[in-house]
Write a protein that binds this ligand. Structure first.
Ligand code: GLA
Length: 385
């Protein structure tokens, strides 16, 4: 589905739901993280790019101070709250993301007014493609532009992240919101999560005869289920024991992990340090046009996430092995872990063999055939109409 079609559909559900025309339609993309996993919340490097698919928000101003949200993908009546009454913990489920953004805007001193919103998506939920960040960022842009709130994109990313942490209760980092708002077409985004500095890095796999393939393993995850937060706390604890403010401070000291008495913490730190290095190495390869070489780093990232950080899941490991066996250049699990998608770097002509290989490996285990799609580095969030 094109974004224009998605915008039409979002506007149509707005009309059907509220019997009025929306004032506009805004869009934020899902993201693929090429490399740099579980590094963002400890001040490290990440290298995501925006997908062509994402979340559209049709929105219209209304008099008064109510915010009403509904979604084409969610059953049930629209959720309506008074903006003055927004409070963390007041709601759970999907509506916490858009409501949380309005709350975070208010916390920052902005005053969004009465708004009605209809959400629509062409992005799978729980597939590790950051549909929640896309929902937050599309809502944030809509509220800001509709109400003339002057919030620079970087700040909006931070507010959307705050909404997710403090309102929706998911202790995630800044990567997904930054990707949704700051990515550019034909580029990945190098984000230094310590300084907030960003740099677009040219990424055109097709021009190199390559494809980034996303395989949805079908396993689902939730960042609120405790395991993600547990990894984050381990990194904070390791930094404390090492006497640094974040693991980023020890990027150039791979030996430092050995100073920790606890074997599990040593593995966690080893992952973070090596992953930061892999991000920078990948950027160097992309800059010299050697995309294919980055495949090895993707596979190393997977091994590190599986063995040291221990956030992979069986369907991801099987997919990665099958992709490698079919000749793929590299593959790894993506996102927070425990479910979602695997990313593979393959030659264009390998697509059938790779998809077939994964499907056969899944069939052997009685698992359903996974969906596979091509990820094209696309533009960040914007107004569609
Ligand atoms: C999730 C979070 C991100 C990041 C990744 C792991 O996608 O939302 O902030 O921590 O997991 O790299």
């Amino acid at each position: 589905m094109t974004t224009a079609e998605l915008a039409d559909r979002a506007a149509a559900s707005f009309r059907a739901r509220y019997d009025a025309e929306p004032d506009g339609v805004w869009f934020a993309p899902g993201r693929v993280n090429l490399i740099g996993e579980h590094t963002d919340y400890t001040g490290g490097f990440v290298l995501p790019f925006a997908l062509a698919s994402g979340i559209a928000v049709a929105a219209g101003r209304v008099p008064g101070g109510e915010l009403t949200v509904c979604s084409r993908q969610e059953s049930g009546d629209p959720v309506s709250v008074s903006l003055d009454a927004l409070m963390p913990g007041m709601t759970t489920g999907w509506a916490a993301y858009p409501l949380g953004v309005a709350w975070a805007l208010r916390e920052s001193g902005q005053r969004p007014g009465g708004t009605r919103i209809a959400v629509d998506a062409d992005l799978a939920k729980g597939a590790g493609l950051s549909s929640s960040a896309a929902l937050e960022c599309a809502t944030g842009l809509a509220l800001c532009e509709l109400q003339d709130l002057n919030v620079p994109r970087r700040e909006l990313a931070a507010l959307a992240s705050r909404a997710e942490n403090d309102f929706a209760g998911a202790p995630t980092g800044i990567m997904d919101q930054a990707a949704a708002l700051l990515c550019e077409a034909g580029h990945a985004l190098l984000l230094d999560c310590r300084s907030g500095a960003t740099e677009p890095v040219p990424l055109d796999p097709a021009a190199a005869g390559l494809t980034v393939l996303i395989v949805d393993t079908g396993a689902r995850h939730a960042h609120t289920d405790g395991r993600y937060g547990e990894r984050r706390r381990s990194c904070e604890e390791a930094a404390r024991l090492l006497g640094v403010s974040s693991l980023r401070e020890v990027t150039d000291r791979p030996d430092v992990a050995d100073m920790l008495a606890d074997a599990q913490l040593r593995r966690r730190v080893r992952h973070v340090i090596s992953e930061n290095r892999r991000v920078l190495d990948t950027v160097a390869m992309l800059r010299r046009g050697a995309i294919a070489e980055a495949g090895t780093l993707l596979s190393k990232s997977h091994a590190s996430l599986r063995d040291d950080f221990e956030v992979s899941w069986p369907e991801a490991d099987v997919a990665v092995d099958a992709i490698t066996a079919a000749g793929g250049l590299g593959a790894r699990m993506m996102g927070g872990g425990f479910g979602g998608s695997v990313l593979a770097l393959i030659r264009v002509d390998q697509r059938e063999a790779v998809v077939g290989g994964v499907a056969a490996a899944y069939a052997e285990r009685g698992w359903p055939r996974p969906a596979a799609s091509v990820a094209v580095p696309s533009a960040g969030a914007r107004r569609l109409r």
